[in-house]
Design a protein around this ligand. Structure first.
Ligand code: TYD
Length: 141
């Protein structure tokens, strides 16, 4: 099963010149899956958090195209917090990883490359269900 150690940072190409930077991304080249969908988050109010779910099958790569934010990843046993702040750096999230996106800078834009079309049935939106499916140790709290 996937772990937070599989949530690796991907170096994306950056074509930089005096007029700015450009990052091309291809499925199965820079990212390890076919890209079927792209979506982006913007107009994010101060203090907002996004995510708060895992995907049963969908894989994603998350990029801070503008500004910065943190991604907290959780495999049911371990948590890791990763700061994204460059348009040429992507965080790969395999299937069955809980993620929360927090601490967005003002005006941040988050681009997400996804392996499949949107399907609500692919989401696990309850942390308790996620932990049960992952066979996490019982929470004594
Ligand atoms: P959600 O994935 O919960 O957002 P986030 O993880 O960024 O907090 O999606 C928010 C809403 O948008 C939800 O009603 C589903 C819808 N949605 C789509 O219709 N298509 C998509 O590709 C995505 C990602 C979400």
């Amino acid at each position: 099963m996937t772990t937070v150690a599989d949530c690796r940072l991907l170096d994306l190409p950056e074509i930089r010149d005096a007029e700015g930077s450009l990052t091309p991304v291809h499925g199965n080249v820079e990212v390890p899956f076919d890209i079927e969908r792209v979506y982006y988050l913007y107009d994010i109010p101060a203090g907002a958090s996004r995510g708060g779910h895992a995907h049963r099958e969908i894989e994603e790569v998350i990029v801070a195209a503008l500004g910065s934010f943190d991604v907290i990843v959780d495999d049911g046993s371990q948590r890791r917090r990763v700061t994204l702040r460059r348009g040429n750096c992507g965080l790969y999230l395999p299937r069955m990883i809980w993620r929360e996106l927090v601490d967005f800078s003002a005006g941040a834009i988050c681009v997400v490359l996804a392996s499949r079309a949107y399907a609500e049935a692919d989401y696990i939106r309850e942390l308790a269900e996620f932990r049960r499916l992952r066979g996490s140790p019982a929470d004594d709290a």
